[in-house]
Design a protein around this ligand. Structure first.
Ligand code: IPM
Ligand code: MG
Length: 361
């Protein structure tokens, strides 16, 4: 097959981890007989520096001309909250999600076998394993609702952020969750705050309607505060967790933390048809940028997700995942996942070892 892939290298460690992921992508293409072409797309703080805005005109069109988008990381203290919106990297991230219609954000939180000791959870809990898929609604809710700020006579300044959801938005993300559960352990946990929020009550009623359509999938409602507790008490109970945008933002960070290895976790943002966007869930880590210290594995595993979800090529995805597991099982670690006193290797060597392993498989 021929694949055209947009590369958003981004800020901080983004360019280094994308380099290694591209190396692995090339190795996978060679192994399975694909041809890959890359197109660089400028977005994030680096775009602000280059052209004065984080989301240059034409960005979405350039991405739409590709089969998938691979993103390293964007952001950094130089483009902070004090800067105008069009210069902030976060603005660009939200805009590209919306413009490409990437309403489903899949964030697997997996405790890989070789990494069991990295989890901050109790040994008995961690040993049960963690293998959950957070499905976060990504283009609606409070992130994209109307905002306002106005002066009052007696209460000073007042602000609002509106959380709105339509049945249609809820149904399409719900369907994704049920379909994914069918490929996994057949369980969906839907997270809401239906004891307080009207959006959550609509969310819950739509999910119940879908649950009836998928009788082979076990279904439960979980209140968001309880979910936060369950994720540290017994994350092994979850298979697919589906939730609205802001709850998903918070819970996906929590879920990644309990695996103890944020440097290993990939993500996929997908819509209906448009190219999917694949990125590590970690940030741009400006403190270690350019030092060959960053862990490229999350970006490499994002390439595996790209094969699985954009190209429907499970075999390539599995081969990349196996190569990563094999290198970890041999004990190779970047500094972020090395145990105290253990030696570690750099970004480039980790990339090379995974490439070589993949070619040998
Ligand atoms: C994420 C990030 C973004 C979000 C920020 C950077 C806008 O936290 O991808 O989870 O809140 O969605
Ligand atoms: Mg977040």
């Amino acid at each position: 097959m021929n694949y055209k892939i947009a590369l958003i290298r981004g800020d901080g460690i983004g360019p280094e981890v994308v380099n290694e992921a591209v190396g692995v992508l090339d190795a996978a293409a060679a192994k399975f007989g694909h041809h890959v072409e890359y197109v660089d797309v400028l977005l994030g703080g680096c775009a602000t520096d280059a052209v004065g805005k984080s989301y240059p005109d034409g960005t979405a069109e350039r991405c739409r001309a590709c089969d998938a988008v691979l993103l390293g990381a964007v952001g950094g203290p130089r483009w902070g909250a004090d800067k105008p919106a069009e210069q902030r990297p976060e603005t660009a991230l939200l805009a590209i999600r919306k413009d490409l219609g990437l309403y489903a954000n899949l964030r697997p939180a997996t405790l890989r076998p070789a990494m069991a000791e990295a989890s901050p959870l109790k040994k008995e809990t961690a040993e049960k394993g963690i293998d959950l898929m957070m499905v976060r609604e990504l283009t609606g809710g409070i992130y994209f609702g109307q905002r306002g700020r106005y002066e009052t006579e007696d209460r000073g300044t007042e602000c609002t952020d509106l959380m709105a959801y339509s049945e249609k938005e809820i149904e399409r993300i719900g369907r994704r969750a049920f379909e994914l559960a069918r490929l996994r352990r057949h369980k969906v946990s839907s997270v809401d705050k239906a004891n307080v929020l009207e959006t959550s009550r609509l969310w819950r009623s739509v999910m119940h309607r879908l649950a009836a359509e998928y009788p082979d999938v076990a279904y439960e409602d979980v209140l968001v505060d309880n979910c936060a507790m369950q994720l540290v008490r017994d994350p092994g109970q979850f298979d697919v967790v589906v939730t609205e945008n802001m709850f998903g933002d918070i819970l996906s960070d929590e879920a990644s933390m309990v695996t103890g290895s944020i440097g290993l976790l990939p993500s996929a943002s997908i819509g209906d048809g448009a190219p999917g966007l694949y990125e590590p869930i970690h940030g741009s880590a400006p403190d270690i940028a350019g030092q060959d210290k960053a862990n490229p594995i999350a970006t490499i595993l994002s390439v595996a997700m790209m094969f699985r979800y954009s190209f429907q090529r499970a075999e390539e995805a599995q081969a990349i995942e196996q190569a990563v597991d094999a290198v970890l099982a041999e004990g190779w670690r970047t500094p972020d996942i090395a145990r105290q006193g253990e030696s570690s290797i750099g970004t480039r060597e980790m990339g090379r070892r995974i490439r070589e392993k993949l070619s040998e498989l």
